[in-house]
Ligand binder design. Structure first.
Ligand code: ADP
Length: 497
């Protein structure tokens, strides 16, 4: 077993990985950028070292510097988390060359699955259903794309081969729109990934996004840990995920999980991975892509299967066989995750930055908060604005929804604007409760950015007096040091909101 593992990440996922490492008796080594000097993940590790600079490119994306730190401080392995270097085949290869274990699949698998065209072809050859489409010659011109799109039938989707995060993706509803969309997608893909190759797919209307957690080891074992449904998306980005997929028949579940295992076996998959599918209204499902890393939404699977995926990742990476067999893996109840972002839903979800002045995360039975921030944390412009994840479990879906709604109501984050109210209005939507989710849910139902009624003045006054009475006067205030809670004895200052 490893003695020390370096976590090449920040925020909630670095904190979460450090927790499991320490439970396993493995020392957790952190890295941090200049703005992250006092970040929560630094304190969550046993030791942590600085990365010079502030931007992602200068810090968490600098593979060579991270390997240097790992070597200098005696780490045996690197856990990349998600994002940053997690799906960088070159980095995984460099780790191996430096004598460090990369906790994830092999570089060849990461590379092959990172190319959506290669991934689709490989899995189609293995018998996994894929979305009908065309990925022909890379130098094909607009005329060829027009012809192929006509054959597939509109609407079609142009996607980037190197795609991720919804970049380089364009829906085309009619032939007249194709040329402009093609050019825009190629330009965006070239700028984002340094690879302008795009391909065509049939655009599935109102699909559900269903993905299967898979796990493989170096001994040829492959299992699945059932499905997650991640249809609540904003601009192709998931914000609420749940497991199991509501309304899925046991027969369909078996088919889709089997397809994921077939896919994993076909590519010799090792460690944790996710096979993503789209499920259409008729119940047909199509392979979308393989994510060769731990997913943001892995906790819903952990709550439902009662397994620790990071622990399994570390064991498998150290050469041990999978700690669970397929027959031991069961789905218990229902789990829902909400991604808490520092962003302003009423201003087009503009990221919100600043210092977190007050932070009280909800707690209670079957409530888990994976957080990368605390009171006093700085939320900077440099990184992803996701602050934390709220994950709840319930014996039934309605119970989980109610628990999540109540937990969101109690979640206090002041200093930056968050999407907490927005998440709550999604969970409280009758169509969500009915399980009628699909990837256009938020657009179609025009879920209000906030449904909060204005707070009446007397409520503000009562709150201010209560706050004044419950806190000791600040050191500089009149009355400081006196054992009094009389508001008239203290001359502090407060600001509504
Ligand atoms: P990325 O890697 O950029 O996240 P994905 O291929 O995983 O791209 O797709 C992201 C999301 O885009 C899906 O969850 C779905 O909402 C939508 N999408 C992708 N392909 C299709 C398709 N063929 N038809 C309809 N929606 C799609």
């Amino acid at each position: 077993m490893f003695k020390k593992v370096l976590i090449a990440n920040r925020g909630e996922i670095a904190v979460r990985i450090a927790g499991t490492l320490r439970e396993m008796g493995v020392r957790a080594v952190g890295v941090y950028s200049e703005p992250d000097r006092g970040a929560v993940h630094v304190g969550a590790c046993d030791e942590a070292y600085p990365l010079e600079g502030a931007t992602s490119a200068e810090t968490y994306l600098r593979g060579e510097r991270i390997i240097e730190i790992a070597k200098a401080h005696g780490a045996d392995a690197i856990h990349p988390g998600y994002g940053f270097l997690s799906e960088n085949a070159e980095f995984a290869g460099r780790c191996a060359a430096a004598g460090l274990t990369f906790i994830g699949p092999t570089p060849d698998v990461i590379r092959a699955m990172g190319d959506k065209i290669v991934a689709k072809k490989t899995l189609a050859d293995a018998g996994v259903p894929v979305v009908p489409g065309w990925s022909g010659k890379t130098n094909a011109g607009a005329a060829e794309f027009r012809k192929r799109a006509g054959e597939i039938g509109y609407p079609v989707l142009i996607k980037a081969a190197a795609g991720g995060g919804g970049k380089g993706m364009r829906v085309v509803r009619a032939e007249t729109e194709l040329d402009a969309a093609l050019e825009a997608a190629q330009r965006e893909a070239g700028a984002a990934f340094g690879d302008a190759r795009v391909f065509l797919e049939k655009y599935i209307s109102r699909p559900r996004h269903v993905e299967v957690q898979i796990f493989g080891d170096a001994h040829g074992n492959v299992v699945h840990l059932f499905e997650r449904e991640c249809s609540i998306q904003r601009r192709h980005q998931k914000i609420i995920e749940e497991s199991p997929c509501w309304g899925m028949t046991p027969a369909l579940r078996e088919q889709i999980c089997d397809a994921a295992v077939t896919a994993a076996k076909a590519i010799g998959y090792q460690n944790a991975g996710t096979v993503e599918f789209l499920l259409d209204e008729s119940g047909a499902f199509y392979f979308l892509e393989v994510n060769t890393r731990l997913q943001v939404e892995h906790p819903v699977t952990e709550l439902v299967t009662r397994l620790d995926l990071v622990r399994a990742q570390v064991l498998v990476a150290s050469g041990e066989p999978l700690p669970f067999a397929q027959v031991d893996i069961r789905q218990h109840g229902c789990a829902i995750e909400c991604r808490i972002y520092a962003e302003d839903p009423s201003r087009g979800f503009l990221p919100s930055t600043g210092r977190i002045l007050r932070y009280v995360a909800p707690a209670g039975p079957n409530i888990r908060v994976d957080s990368g921030v605390a009171e006093g944390s700085e939320v900077s412009v440099h990184y992803d604005p996701m602050l934390a994840k709220l994950i709840v479990w319930g014996a039934r879906r309605e119970e989980a929804i109610r628990r999540a709604v109540c937990a969101l109501r109690r979640y206090v984050i002041l200093g930056v604007t968050t999407n907490v109210e927005f998440l709550r209005s999604v969970l409280e939507h009758p169509e969500f409760a009915a399980g009628r989710t699909h990837t256009h849910f938020l657009d179609e139902h025009r879920v209000a950015a906030t449904d909060a009624a204005p707070v009446p003045d007397d409520a503000w006054i009562a709150a201010a007096i209560a706050a004044q009475q419950s806190t000791r006067p600040s050191p500089g205030a009149i009355g400081a040091g006196q054992p009094t809670h009389d508001p008239w004895q203290t001359a502090g200052a407060w600001r509504a909101g």
